[in-house]
Design a protein around this ligand. Structure first.
Ligand code: SAM
Length: 246
């Protein structure tokens, strides 16, 4: 049943409110495991096309749009500052800025987010960008300074390690990034806040999930429709940080 569905053309609906279009637009795409078909599918990837049409810097924008639709991560009221780890080229920051505008009003971009990446990122209104290694103590200090005395109600991590092609190594690197994000959330995320953290499956995520469950009222694993089917990436969506953590 599942494979029959996977080989059929599937339908994805884009939200007009968020994407700024006048009606629900059906986008057709094919998923297939064969590399030849994959190349063809990639060439006509609807999320790549949509990103171009919607002026997003990355197709990954749609992952955050999907997660926000399901979990209402960006709240209508001004909820302090958002931290975006692994932000380049800026697709998620663009979504944050657009969602803040839609949900909070026109002047809401000021002081919206602090973002960090190893790579440079072109400016986005309301986003303070720090270039460097998130796991580095000096970068954490700079993040702390940028946050100041504001409350952090949402930490996002779309960080992906430099892939070696060796599955066990890549999984371990991904887990290391996640542990750093969890430690950061322990220290900086306000109680009641949320964390979204990308990980690559490989076995150790069950231990990570157990650790996250000690810290958050709800921990869910998500694979957005816009995440490539053949990728082992998943997102832990952690809701409502418990008050006695950090
Ligand atoms: C999938 S991309 C993020 C895409 C981004 N969410 C967007 O929508 O534009 C993953 C990013 O994680 C960054 N990254 C990986 N390890 C990092 C680290 N230790 N510190 C900071 N950034 C890191 C990479 O440089 C890369 O830009």
């Amino acid at each position: 049943m599942a494979s029959r569905i996977a080989h059929k053309t599937r339908l994805f609906l884009r939200s007009p409110r968020i994407l700024g279009i006048s009606q629900w637009v059906p986008v057709r795409y094919k998923s297939s495991s064969s590399s030849k078909r994959w190349t063809a599918a990639q060439a006509s990837d609807p999320f790549v096309k949509a990103a171009k049409a919607d002026s997003y810097r990355a197709r990954s924008s749609y992952k955050l749009i999907e997660l926000d639709k399901k979990y209402d991560l960006i709240r209508p009221k001004d909820e302090g500052v958002i931290v975006d780890c692994g932000s380049a080229p800026g697709g998620w920051c663009q979504v944050l800025a657009r969602l803040a505008q839609v949900k909070r009003g026109n002047d809401s971009s000021k002081g919206l987010a602090v973002a960090v990446d190893l790579l440079p990122m072109l400016p986005i209104a309301g986003v303070q960008f720090i270039q460097g290694d998130f796991t580095d103590a000096s970068i954490k200090r700079r993040l702390s300074e940028a946050i100041g005395d504001r409350r952090v109600k949402l930490v996002l991590s779309d960080m992906a390690p430099a892939f070696s092609g060796h599955h066990t190594t890549d999984h371990a690197r991904s887990m290391n990034l996640c542990e750093n994000v969890m430690a950061f959330a322990d220290e900086f995320l306000s109680s009641g806040g949320s964390l979204v953290c990308k990980y690559f499956m490989g076995g150790d995520e069950n231990e990570l999930r157990a650790e996250l469950r000690k810290r958050f009222a709800r921990v869910l694993s998500e694979k957005p429709d816009s995440s490539r089917k053949r990728s082992s990436e998943r997102y832990f969506v952690c809701i409502d940080k418990k008050p006695d953590i950090g």
